[in-house]
Structures are given as structure tokens and as C-alpha cells.
Design a protein around this ligand. Structure first.
Ligand code: AMP
Ligand code: MN
Ligand code: MN
Ligand code: MN
Length: 280
């Protein structure tokens, strides 16, 4: 329920991703690129050919509680104007931020980073991962994880503080498009239990329905912590690898364990079951 293609910062094309998922035995796949749905039509066509259920999705960048929080929208109508207009605003912000990252990296001694990042950005969308790949190519760090830690996170030379959209607006766009909103990889934010409860409370007030419980960036302990959050809050539980391609550090498609007992899977929701049937 959570993957990326070259439409954002993944390394496989939408069709390539779908084919790899089908070969790995995945029956239902959500493509959830960062702040864009541009990869969905190609993925849909490939999914029909491969006999795989494709759920059109998007991973929206939100600023909440002074931090970046990602919200996955599942089964969204990719022709919805409110959604497309909202995402266009985030794409514009990304263009400005990329120029600023380029300027800051130049001051840190790395010229040409914007052009370098753009060579890795196949779609219209540009993000930190494209800068990270360029910096690894330049030998600035040994791998993606290392490059983020040294250059691209808060307090580092290539970091640009800024604002995405609000939780309320993001959920407004997802719901206008008929989708289901799910908090992505909650363990990644490092929130206290209290703060996580507040995020979940606000998600529910805005009509959000789900929480990623099993994620490529969660530990086994995290699965149980977030399964409990989901149960307590009456949220649907999601599972997604957050696959970005066959390279490290991403886990392979179709390898996640099942949801812990007592979870209600988000794919049982009528909106998603419909998308699965339509594709079957
Ligand atoms: P952005 O939305 O452009 O700020 O970039 C966020 C993306 O950067 C995430 O979706 C990941 O793909 C990638 N990312 C963030 N932190 C790391 C990390 N420590 N190692 C590898 N990739 C990361
Ligand atoms: Mn990413
Ligand atoms: Mn994310
Ligand atoms: Mn993601």
C-alpha cells in the first residue's frame, strides 16, 4: 500500500514497478509517489496487462507539529481538481526548495548539485533523494543513508527549513478525491506517545481513517506499538514497503509480514475493495 516510481523518487518506472510487483506475487499494489499522481496512468495500464490490482495513491507532504509528516491517500480520483491543484502547490514549493538546496550545497563546496539532482529526477518532481544520489555519485558520502545524515537533515548544510501543507488541507484534497487518508510510517517521526495520540486525534477529526502499522521503515516492535494505536483509535491498519527501487536500503516488494492480530486492514475498506475488483 506504499511504493514509489520515477514519477517521484523511485528508480523504477511505473510500469517497471508494477511488473516487478507482479513477478514477486503481489496481488494488489498502491503506487503512492510523493506529491504527484503523474505515474498512475502508466501503472494502471501495466497492472491491467499483468492482472494485478492497482490502487491509485499519493503520499502527501505535510507540516504538523513543526515536523514533516507524510499522509498516504489511497484510492484517489486522479482527475480531481482539488487534489491536483493542491499537489501543484507542493510541486512549486519543491522547485523553490531544490534551488535553495543547490545554493546551500554550493556554499558547502558542492557546485552543480541542482543540475546533478535533475539528472536523477526523471519525472516533474524533485526531492532530496535526487540530491542524495548526486552527492553519492560525487563521492561526498558512501550511501544514501550516510548522505542524508551528513547533508540533508536539520542542522546540515543542504537542509532547507520550510512548510509543506497542513494536515487539514492534505486530508481535504484526499477526501475531495474520494480517497482514504493514512498516516505513513508513524515510527519515523520520533514522537512521544502523547504527541502521536494528538496526531491521530487530529487525523480523525479531519476524517482520516488509517495508520501504517507494518512498514519497510518499522521494526517488529513498531508493528505492535502501532497496531495498538490503530486498535485504540479505531483506525484501519495499513502495510506498505515504501519501496523506492531494487537498490539499498529499500526492502523488496511483497516481503512484508502480515498485520498483527486484531488489526482491520485498510484494503478491506469498500473504496479499496472496489479498486481491487475493478482491476481483477
Ligand atoms: P523529500 O520529500 O524530498 O524531503 O525527501 C524525502 C525522501 O527522502 C523520503 O521519502 C525518502 O525517500 C528519502 N529519505 C529520507 N531520509 C532518508 C534516509 N535516511 N536514507 C535514505 N533515504 C531517505
Ligand atoms: Mn521517497
Ligand atoms: Mn514517506
Ligand atoms: Mn514513501
Amino acid at each position: 500500500m506504499h511504493t514509489h516510481s520515477t514519477a517521484s523518487d523511485g528508480t523504477l518506472t511505473p510500469a517497471g514497478l508494477v511488473e516487478r510487483a507482479a513477478a514477486a506475487g503481489v496481488e494488489t499494489l498502491a503506487l503512492t509517489d510523493h506529491d504527484t499522481v503523474a505515474g498512475i496512468p502508466e501503472a494502471m495500464t501495466a497492472a491491467k496487462a499483468a492482472g494485478l490490482g492497482l490502487i491509485p495513491g499519493v503520499e502527501v507532504s505535510v507540516t504538523w507539529g513543526g515536523r514533516t509528516v507524510h499522509v498516504v491517500g489511497l484510492a484517489v480520483d486522479i482527475t480531481c481538481k482539488a487534489l491536483l491543484d493542491g499537489l501543484a502547490g507542493l510541486q512549486d514549493y519543491r522547485v523553490w526548495r531544490a534551488e535553495e538546496i543547490g545554493r546551500r550545497l554550493a556554499r558547502a563546496g558542492y557546485d552543480g548539485a541542482l543540475d546533478g539532482a535533475k539528472r536523477y529526477a526523471a519525472g516533474t518532481l524533485i526531492g532530496r533523494t535526487h540530491f542524495a544520489r548526486f552527492l553519492v555519485e560525487r563521492g561526498a558520502a558512501k550511501d544514501l543513508r550516510d548522505v542524508f545524515k551528513r547533508f540533508l537533515v536539520s542542522g546540515r548544510p543542504g537542509h532547507v527549513p520550510g512548510e509543506w501543507t497542513t494536515l487539514e488541507q492534505a486530508l481535504g484534497w484526499i477526501h475531495a478525491a474520494g480517497g482514504i487518508a493514512v498516516i505513513a510510517h508513524p515510527a519515523r517521526y520520533g514522537f512521544t506517545r502523547t504527541k502521536m495520540r494528538r496526531l491521530i486525534g487530529e487525523l480523525k477529526e479531519c476524517g482520516g481513517r488509517g495508520l501504517e502499522v507494518v512498514s519497510g521503515s518499522h521494526s517488529k516492535d513498531d508493528y505492535h506499538v502501532y497496531a495498538r494505536h490503530a486498535r485504540e483509535a479505531g483506525l484501519l491498519a495499513s502495510a506498505g514497503s515504501d519501496y523506492h527501487g531494487p537498490e539499498k536500503p529499500w526492502i523488496e516488494l511483497g516481503r512484508l509480514p502480515p498485520l498483527p492480530d486484531g488489526c482491520t486492514p485498510v484494503w478491506a475498506a469498500p473504496a479499496l475493495a472496489g479498486a481491487r475488483r475493478a482491476a481483477a
